[in-house]
Design a protein around this ligand. Structure first.
Ligand code: GAL
Length: 458
């Protein structure tokens, strides 16, 4: 059992987490620039001002990918680097940066996979028009997407409109732990709605104006943990199903079926906006592949009382779902306190295949944080190796069961700014010394290189 020859192997990053250069060459601020300057919002008040300084290091960083023999790299464009105010005047130096990065990748035989939005909304749009809360934002996003297709689409053949709309909505506008830091039990659903419409419009534009000439694919990436029913009781089975629907179907049902899941419609009432017929038609079938970010698993059961929400790993606004989440105490935890449950990955892949009629699935992120230490120039991250090995084994099993999984991107190329956790949580397969910014391949990078070589059909 090996991965098919055509399988896409890659690594992933995002702009705010690695680029730094927050004010260099005319970049405008994003909501993450603003959020991270507020004392107390990020672990130890870390910011992405410098991050990995990837902006000034592209040759070196592309070489790391090349050295692993990987043929794909997923990164995101910082909207306010190319459009400092989110709209209007273009910052040509920002365009040049991404253009150079793309050229450097192609020169090294690495396919760029580009995410248009990985959470760093231009601050100007938040201040002037309330960002994702305003329905006008979808047309502004459309103009930004058009600019990217125009400037980069001759060389970029894989586009992802949004990374994890769930996180944008729930952590940014529900729990307020991510930028822009708002707390509400209705805004997440409005924001999610606008994200979906923006996605559909951008895909429509790509398909009608660019796809035929540029020959690329476009889709959306959603995140989802697996939810395993705590018991065989029908209430718990339903709770697990509902938890998955509130997590991934919130965004995937509109994209595949043009509507929200019934469980959400029933429970949320007026807080869940409605699509017009036109929007619903535009959404239906609006992804050429199912982008999936997957990290962990929890048990789900019917809630007997409202559970306290936690920053990570919960199912959103849990009172809306009436689901309790729990862990098996025997599960190993990563530094994020996310449980390592490889079989959850397999179950989720099969659940997605079944619900969405066997779509092409690409795991656009999977990985884990550990408290890595550099000792004599080496990082012996055996827990991470074990994580990859076990999760990949389940991916392969799913492929053999008929799941159309065609790619896998590990998160992340290097340690970086892990949002509210700052530089305290290391997800990289390359270790970054945040004083010198020197990168060192961890044992996992070497392991992955060999694994891919040996486990892929030639
Ligand atoms: C994802 C996100 C990444 C990364 C990762 C680990 O949700 O897309 O940016 O931070 O989680 O937490």
């Amino acid at each position: 059992m090996k991965f098919p020859k055509q399988f896409t192997w890659g690594v992933a990053t995002s702009a705010y987490q690695i680029e730094g250069a927050w004010q260099q060459d005319g970049k405008g601020p994003s909501i993450w620039d603003a959020f991270s300057q507020i004392p107390g919002k990020v672990h130890d008040n870390h910011t992405g001002n410098v991050a990995c300084n990837h902006y000034n290091n592209i040759k070196n960083d592309v070489a790391l990918i090349k050295a692993m023999g990987l043929k794909a790299y997923r990164f995101s464009i910082s909207w306010s680097r190319v459009l400092p105010q989110g709209r209007g005047e273009v910052n040509e130096k920002g365009i040049q940066f991404y253009s150079d990065l793309i050229d450097e990748l192609l020169k090294n035989d690495i396919e760029p996979w580009v995410t248009l939005y990985h959470w760093d909304l231009p601050l100007a749009l938040h201040l002037e028009m309330d960002g994702w809360l305003n329905s006008d934002i979808s047309d502004i996003f459309l103009d930004y997407a058009a600019l990217c297709f125009e400037r980069f689409g001759n060389r970029v053949k894989h586009w992802i409109t949004f990374n994890e709309a769930w996180v944008v909505a729930i952590l940014g506008y529900g729990q307020g732990v991510f930028a822009p830091g708002r707390i509400s039990n209705s805004e997440p659903y409005l924001v999610g709605h606008h994200l979906l419409i923006a996605h559909a419009k951008a895909v429509n534009l790509y398909r009608t104006r660019f796809q035929k000439i540029q020959n690329g694919k476009i889709g959306i990436t959603n995140n989802c943990d697996w939810r395993e029913p705590l018991t065989n009781a029908p209430e718990d089975q339903e709770a697990a199903q509902r938890a998955l629907e509130f997590f991934v179907s919130w965004f995937a049902d509109p994209v595949y079926f043009g509507k929200y899941p019934d469980s959400m419609v029933e429970r949320l009432g007026d807080r869940l906006p409605k699509f017009t017929n036109e929007e619903s038609e535009l959404l239906k079938g609006s992804s050429d592949f199912f982008g999936l970010n997957h990290y962990t698993t929890m048990f789900a059961s019917e809630a007997t009382e409202v559970q306290e929400t936690s920053v990570y790993g919960n199912g959103g606004l849990s009172e809306d779902q009436n689901v309790n989440l729990s862990l098996d105490p025997s599960w190993k935890l990563t530094a994020m306190k996310w449980a390592v449950v490889p079989w959850g990955c397999g179950k989720l892949l099969e659940w997605i295949s079944e619900r969405y009629n066997n779509p092409e699935i690409i795991i656009t992120e999977n990985g884990c944080a550990y408290n890595d230490e550099l000792v004599n120039g080496h990082v012996n991250d055996i827990d991470r190796i074990e994580y990859f090995e076990k999760y990949l084994e389940k991916c392969l099993e799913s492929i053999n069961k008929g799941v159309k999984l065609t790619g896998y991107f590990c998160w992340s190329l290097m340690d970086n700014f892990e949002w509210a956790s700052g530089y305290n949580k290391r997800f990289g397969i390359h270790y970054v010394n945040f004083k010198t910014l020197e990168r060192t391949p961890k044992a996992s990078a070497k392991w992955l290189t060999e694994y891919i070589k040996n486990q892929t059909e030639q």
